[in-house]
Design a binder for this molecule. Structure first.
Ligand SMILES: NC(=O)c1ccc[n+]([C@@H]2O[C@H](COP(=O)([O-])OP(=O)(O)OC[C@H]3O[C@@H](n4cnc5c(N)ncnc54)[C@H](OP(=O)(O)O)[C@@H]3O)[C@@H](O)[C@H]2O)c1
Length: 259
């Protein structure tokens, strides 16, 4: 049974996960980060030890969670192996990184990917965060499922291939939509309009697809093939080549995906 955890990283994911585990009586033995100040900020309220780098990381934790940028996971896994040996339970939290990056080094390796956009300064109910889990053996998978079921209501067992596809889907659904909000806000600002006026529309768009197929909920000039309206919008976009290109491509894609 996993009763104690150490974190490598003290950023967005480490903050939310460590707080949720601590609330659930899991001991957070140490938090490692390159900047000691950032590790200390997270560690202090969790009665944990903040450490700079891996040399002083706790050696007796039941589980080590690597929550660092994707490009640093491999390097840190190598250092962790040098410090602790291959017998430790080690997981990373990346959607795009395969579990094999750890499996080659540790007997018990896994990925625990929170399928949510997490920012350390934005409060979130961690119980509502879906957790996608892939472990390299059945008993470790079971231990992780028990641990994460205690802090999150949905823990999904998925393959690495499914995880990468789900990560792509989440980038399109979340990051791309958010970028559209940024462009919409720019248009509002340029015309002396308050972006808040669009909030009800944005919320309704997200709410509708909870119990309806997104394709059936598509509205707007592209799905209706309202050429005059689209022409007017392109005129309004004027000299902005980037927005014009996006508008045309997205409108074409919408008209190709009719229910
Ligand atoms: N944020 C999200 O919404 C989200 C959701 C799901 C999964 N993920 C995944 O979770 C992982 C972490 O993402 P994040 O958003 O939490 O990143 P983040 O907020 O940028 O935090 C990364 C942390 O890693 C530390 N770090 C970086 N290099 C390090 C090193 N060499 N040694 C020790 N610590 C190091 C950083 O602190 P120092 O600079 O002080 O070292 C920082 O505390 C990524 O794999 C990401 O794909 C993120």
């Amino acid at each position: 049974m996993i009763r104690s955890v150490s974190f490598i990283g003290s950023g967005n994911v480490a903050t939310h996960m460590a707080r949720a585990l601590y609330k659930n009586q899991i001991e957070i033995r140490s938090i490692a980060s390159r900047r000691l100040r950032s590790a200390k900020q997270l560690a202090a309220p969790l009665k944990s030890k903040a450490v700079k780098g891996l040399s002083s990381i706790d050696r007796k934790s039941d589980l080590y969670i690597i929550a660092v940028p994707d490009d640093s996971i491999e390097k840190l896994a190598k250092s962790l192996l040098n410090h602790l040996g291959p017998k430790k339970r080690v997981v990373h939290t990346s959607g795009a990184t395969p579990t094999s990056i750890l499996e080659d080094r540790f007997h018990k390796a896994a990925c625990v990917w929170p399928l949510q956009s997490l920012s350390k300064d934005k409060r979130i109910d961690f119980r509502q965060v879906p957790i996608c889990l892939k472990a390299n053996n059945k008993s470790f998978q079971k231990e992780l499922k028990v641990l994460f079921n205690s802090i999150a209501s949905s823990v999904y067992l998925i393959s690495d291939e499914q995880k990468q596809a789900l990560h792509l889907a989440s980038v399109i659904a979340n990051n791309f939509s958010n970028h559209m909000f940024t462009l919409a806000q720019t248009i509002c600002v340029n015309h002396d309009l308050d972006f808040d006026m669009l909030h009800p529309l944005i919320l309704e768009t997200a709410n509708k697809i909870i119990d309806h197929e997104p394709i059936a909920m598509q509205t707007g000039p592209a799905i209706r093939d309202d050429k005059k309206t689209m022409k007017l919008h392109l005129k309004l976009l004027g000299e902005n080549k980037e927005y014009t290109k996006l508008y045309k491509e997205l409108s074409k894609s919408i008209s190709r995906h009719k229910p």
